[in-house]
Design a protein around this ligand. Structure first.
Ligand code: AMP
Length: 279
């Protein structure tokens, strides 16, 4: 495994790797857990594989956790190596990707205006910009994203289509703790009491699914069933929303497999997101 600080050197190595076959790529912000590792193993199934570890400042709001975002480069590199990754981009400084004269950003459409986009202004603009940069550096045949960040995956897919990017965007299942909590780098912030309460998002999802199984299809009723559970553990709910799984727009009736329920809530100071298809 080769680790690069310099984006241009990483790009040269990726281009070289592409000469002999497909390249699978996984962009991350590091502090890798088993959710990331599931993506790394998928990428490692290609002739060559690449990973980026970069806490992207442009996707954090002024009051968000950029400065205290958890980091563990040695641990991440050991995990990447174990998963069979060949090339890693891990810039030490943000300037490596954002020089002082940087000025070009991706402008997004309605997919990014709702849910996370409505609550975290600029988040998806920063995310899409860095993903586009990373795809231009790695030039992979396949790029892997977790469905944990459901809206992010939808936006990246849309961007790849709209910009004719020659890459297949692949979504991978959410990896969960045995009790159902979705793995997240931010779970380390949770105290034992908060960790127990964080399960409310999973319980909300289960409540919505149980209602679907009894024949309930009204989006508002499904949201309410889920919200009752989330309220039991969360300190503040940003949204519990049943949406069309492709457009992410509001729907009245949840058609199985075409509807998704999405959650964002604070447990203590930690903001957690989760989602699941209603099927
Ligand atoms: P992050 O480091 O949080 O930016 O995440 C990097 C990638 O890992 C994104 O595509 C995430 O959707 C994905 N990811 C994060 N948590 C999970 C999880 N629990 N299961 C599957 N993928 C995940």
């Amino acid at each position: 495994m080769r680790v690069f600080d310099d984006p241009r050197a990483f790009q040269a190595a990726c281009l070289n790797a592409r000469r002999t076959g497909d390249l699978g790529f996984v962009p991350t912000m590091g502090f890798l857990h088993q959710g990331h590792e599931s993506l790394l193993r998928l990428a490692a199934g290609h002739a060559s594989s690449a990973l980026s570890i970069f806490v992207n400042p442009t996707q954090f709001g002024p009051n968000e956790d950029l400065a205290r975002y958890p980091r563990d480069l040695p641990g991440d590199l050991a995990k990447a190596e174990r998963c069979g990754i060949d090339l890693v981009l891990a810039p030490k400084e943000a300037e490596a990707l954002y020089p002082s004269d940087f000025q070009t950003y991706v402008e997004l459409g309605p997919l990014a205006a709702t849910l996370e986009g409505a609550l975290r202004p600029g988040h998806f603009r920063g995310m899409a910009t860095v993903v586009l940069k990373l795809l231009a550096l790695a030039q992979p045949t396949h790029a892997y994203f977790g469905r944990k960040d459901f809206q992010q995956l939808a936006i990246v897919r849309r961007m790849a289509r709209d910009f004719d990017l020659p890459v297949e965007i692949v979504g991978a299942p959410i990896v969960r703790e045995p009790d159902g909590l979705a793995l997240s780098s931010r779970n380390v912030y949770l105290s034992p009491d908060e960790r127990a309460r964080a399960l409310c998002l999973w319980r909300g999802q289960q409540a919505a699914l149980a209602a679907v199984r009894t024949g309930e299809r009204r989006a508002k009723a499904l949201e309410l069933a889920a919200r009752v559970e989330v309220e039991k553990g969360a300190d503040r709910i940003d949204y519990v929303a049943v949406r069309d799984a492709e457009s992410l727009q509001e729907i009245e009736t949840a058609t199985p497999r075409q509807a998704v329920i999405l959650f964002a809530a604070f447990v203590g100071k930690t903001r957690l997101i989760d989602n699941g298809l209603l099927e």
